[in-house]
Design a protein around this ligand. Sequence first.
Ligand code: AP5
Ligand code: MG
Length: 213
Amino acid sequence: MNLLIMGLPGAGKGTQAAKIVEAFQIAHISTGDMFRAAMANETEMGLLAKSYISKGELVPDEVTNGIVKERLAQDDIKGTGFLLDGYPRTIEQAHALDATLAELGLKLEGVINIKVDPSSLLERLSGRIIHKKTGETFHKVFNPPAGDYNEDDYYQREDDKPETVKRRLDVNIAQGEPIIEHYRAQGLVHDIEGNQAIDAVFADIEKVLTNLK
Ligand code: AP5
Ligand code: MG
């Protein structure tokens, strides 16, 4: 299956993507994760990305379109399919993706749109913790790691500071709607209620994807 997962920062894209790729065995392509890996390795692209991400701004389209195209062109994608998480995030990126998919002979089959009340997102992002070793995402209150965990084994994302989160939300709210409309016009969008527990959100997504298969 070739899919997109969309939603505001903190909507649960990464959390649900981890479950989807495990259940359906498809490749997870998260532009945010790719940028964070490049930032950790201090590559030229990572340093450039950092200058935008730390302020809550979007990385320029030409950079982002380039890394997605490179990843989609790799051999595994035709066999496994893909789940794009956090891309496209501007209407220009959506048009670039259309062109890339046509060029590679790939077809988009569905768009999972996680809808959440923006007022809950600051709380979700400020409580997010990520396991240093595995990269797995948790939440201090809503999804704590099992048992007595050691806080030193986890880190918080630099862009989860309240001032940066506010800018990320503003940027994403402004850019998001035309993208959803672009895919709605093609009959691809499946709206998912995101204001429910993690497993309940996944149960709704699983129903949609089982019907698509
Ligand atoms: P990216 O990493 O994609 O960040 P984002 O879109 O801001 O989304 P998040 O990863 O913060 O949220 P999520 O929806 O994945 O939520 P999660 O599952 O973790 O991008 C980061 C930056 O990179 C961007 O700001 C931009 O600068 C740049 N970038 C990336 N892609 C780009 C692009 N295409 N173009 C240009 N720039 C780009 O959940 C959040 C928390 O809530 C967790 O703690 C989780 O445990 C908890 N949670 C999840 N679901 C629930 C639930 N149902 N109930 C309660 N808690 C929940
Ligand atoms: Mg994410």
